[in-house]
Design a protein around this ligand. Sequence first.
Ligand code: SAM
Length: 334
Amino acid sequence: MTVAKEALRDGRGREVSYLRLSVTDRCNLSCLYCRPKDRISFIPHNDILRYEELLDLVSLGREMGISKVRLTGGEPFARKDVMVLVESIRRRFPEMDLRLTTNATLLAGKPALLAELGVTAVNISCDTLDREKYARITGCDRLDLVRRAIDESLAAGLRVKINAVALRGVNTDEIPAFVRLATDAPLDVRFIEFMPVGDGNLWKPENYIAAKDVLSLAVRAAELVPEENGHIAGGPARMYRIAGGLGRFGVISPLSEHFCDACNRLRITSDGKLRTCLFSDREYRLRPLLRNPKLGLRKVREVIALALRTKPLGYEVLNPGAVPEARNMSAIGG
Ligand code: SAM
């Protein structure tokens, strides 16, 4: 199979090189802002893409021009044998930039192998450094496991990014503590604006805080030096070095200062639906094609190409305060 020579582009000329693959909609946490407990219903097992199907999609993606794959969920480590999938992707696609997004509660014991497999980075979701608050936000008292996994990941030499959803009145008082974390350890902390995505989402204007306001709280704790190119290497985060520190602090501002013009992403949900924009509920069903021997990857390729022609601009879909979407973040993969 040959790797695409030309970049994959959408109908607006944006280069598309990044695939977020959700490997499960199940999660061992039920974060207030993501999948509140009383709203949970799971996708039936048979409807979840099998590992061979995920590998086929990565293979097709690579052929079409995808160079970066992120495994997400639900909680990727809540899926049985996900390390086998990581290993298979690495074996079949050695050049692929492979990353994971995880809540890290099931990560301890795995970072060394992930590093050995050449996983580029782990994004670890952790919204608070306070044990009781963590239990309130996530429904589980597991902050100690997360802290252990962070330490192990750093010790294994993995690049670590901590993602915290900025929740006004919930964790904004901890911004200085997060700045200290990134001062003392060589990791990135990124505060993400709370997005009104998902039907059980508790998004309220009172809980929302814009990235610029997060930054103004952070600069009270340390001197922040903007990275030269602001948004790092095509990523959505605006990062700052911490003077005298080992790590960096940054913000991701999908609402207040969107980055849709540079969006390079495709998402595939764990039940095999292609989404070209986080904020649009428009989905393309790939699973029936994948499972039909007469159609298979050839048809999937056609559908991806077609869907890309109308990949939306998220900010045109989502007006501030608009009706939240039908799928929860845990089912989309963030
Ligand atoms: N379970 C994994 C984890 O916790 O990282 C992966 C899935 S989770 C849905 C992916 C990311 O989406 C997490 O960083 C989470 O904090 C973020 N997220 C979920 N709901 C969100 C919301 N309403 N606004 C902003 N970020 C959200």
